[in-house]
Design a protein around this ligand. Structure first.
Ligand SMILES: [Zn+2]
Length: 436
């Protein structure tokens, strides 16, 4: 390396150990940090806790720095969907984001200029954005979770905005488009990668609490990431107290029975929700699509009712797979597998599929299942598409649900028709949440 380049590479203001952390010519991690700190007084989110979290990540984190993103940086704002906590938009970052301080140019270098991002405008005052930011800070691992760039605020509504990576597809949309072409290798690939995301979260004692096919985002078939919308720490104190919840947030078909009864959401609760994802992968339908998502469904689920696999599909699904899916749906949380167990099981099957090692009884089941799906007639497929209509009172959009504990006195009233079911969707509620 010539001496001249060596000289340019080395930041004049910082020692070698600092310089080692720098990225490339003219870029110095310490200068970048210093300049972020100098600019602390030039912006504010309007909330000291949020400011502190952003500042802290700019001081401590080398790569994954949150930023305060001014609203006028967004261009071509388009609404993608309305969801439970607010609305999702796509927008171009006109000026991009400050990335590195360049000590040669003595100026910022920007990244993501003109890049399309997604942003969630939080309209729900009960949503704890500070809790969310704390979780993102803990898990900042882009292999498993959506990438969150920073926070902004809509000046006309004063709502906070979470700025994140834009994905082409969530798992639900992907399955809608590709279901008939997907063989078992692809299916297990998706499940393995999703289970890895969940394992990563659970290792950190975090519970997702709202896992469904709409917040599993696809980068490719063998790489999925989770949107961490509601994640929280599994808190021993809360678990040991006899605290009961009157309301919970989510979509009824994915909420485990113990939570519908009013108990806390635990890591084993996420596994129950994962059962719903396993179901959709093999049926192209979300659980309980043909039913109203109301209190009667909650009572059914608490009594052990689980989604049915259509009879004609049964010969496309290995028995061991169905067993595992129903284990995820066990009423007793301790009988459900752990995320680590799912990763091991799917990992083993996947390795055999990749290497075409189809000799064991289990692998023979996968081979036969693939053949059966390929041999399904056109008319059967048509019949299926015809039968898979959504019930008008189904709702996969996460929302606040009254638990059986919260309902207790009301239960008799609405059963006898004296009052209406508070869990039935109102006509003005959005019923879908799709990332287009
Ligand atoms: Zn420097």
């Amino acid at each position: 390396m010539s001496q001249e380049i060596e000289k340019i590479k080395n930041c004049p203001g910082h020692s070698y150990s600092d310089y080692q952390k720098s990225f490339q010519y003219g870029r110095c991690a310490s200068c970048t940090k210093d300049h972020f700190i100098q600019e602390f007084k030039t912006w504010s989110s309007g909330n000291t806790d949020i400011d502190e979290i952003i500042q802290d990540s700019q001081i401590k984190s080398l790569y994954a720095k949150f930023q305060w993103i001014s609203y006028d940086n967004f261009q071509n704002i388009e609404r993608i969907a309305d969801g439970g906590h607010g609305s999702m938009y796509s927008a171009k970052l006109e000026k991009g984001m400050k990335w590195n301080w360049n000590f040669i140019k003595q100026d910022w270098e920007y990244d993501l200029i003109g890049y399309k991002v997604a942003f969630k405008e939080i309209k729900d005052s009960r949503y704890d954005i500070i809790e969310f930011l704390k979780v993102v800070k803990t898990v900042n691992n882009f292999h498993f979770f959506a990438k969150y760039y920073g926070i902004s605020r809509n000046p006309s509504t004063q709502n906070y905005i979470i700025v994140m990576n834009l994905f082409d597809d969530d798992l639900h949309n992907f399955l809608t488009k590709t279901f008939w072409e997907l063989g078992w290798q692809s299916k297990i690939d998706i499940l393995f990668s999703s289970a890895c995301c969940l394992e990563n979260l659970h290792e950190k004692n975090l519970v997702h609490c709202d896992l469904h096919s709409g917040n599993i985002l696809l980068e490719s078939i063998d790489s999925t990431v989770l949107d961490l919308g509601l994640c929280k720490l599994e808190n021993d104190k809360i678990l040991k107290s006899n605290n009961k919840n009157k309301q919970i947030y989510g979509s009824i078909p994915y909420i485990p029975p113990e939570v519908l009864r009013g108990n806390e959401f635990t890591r084993r609760g996420d596994i129950y929700s994962f059962g719903g994802i396993m179901y959709e992968i093999v049926t192209a339908q979300r659980p309980f699509a043909d039913q109203a998502h109301d209190t009667y469904l909650i009572i059914d689920i608490c009594n052990g009712v689980r989604p049915k696999v259509p009879d004609f599909m049964l010969n496309w699904i290995p028995e061991c797979y169905l067993d595992l899916m129903y284990r995820c749906w066990s009423d007793d949380p301790s009988e459900r597998p752990t995320a680590a167990e799912l990763v091991n099981l799917f990992g083993d099957v996947l390795e055999n599929l990749y290497n075409n090692m189809m000799y064991s009884t289990t692998m023979q089941q996968f081979k036969i299942a693939d053949e059966n799906q390929r041999n399904t007639s056109k008319s059967q497929k048509q019949e299926f598409s015809y039968s898979s209509k959504l019930h008008p009172q189904s709702n996969y959009n996460s929302r606040y649900i009254h638990t059986l504990y919260g309902l207790h006195d009301l239960l008799e009233d609405f059963k006898s028709g004296k009052s209406s079911d508070p869990n039935l969707i109102k006509s003005n509620e959005p019923t879908t949440y799709n990332v287009n």
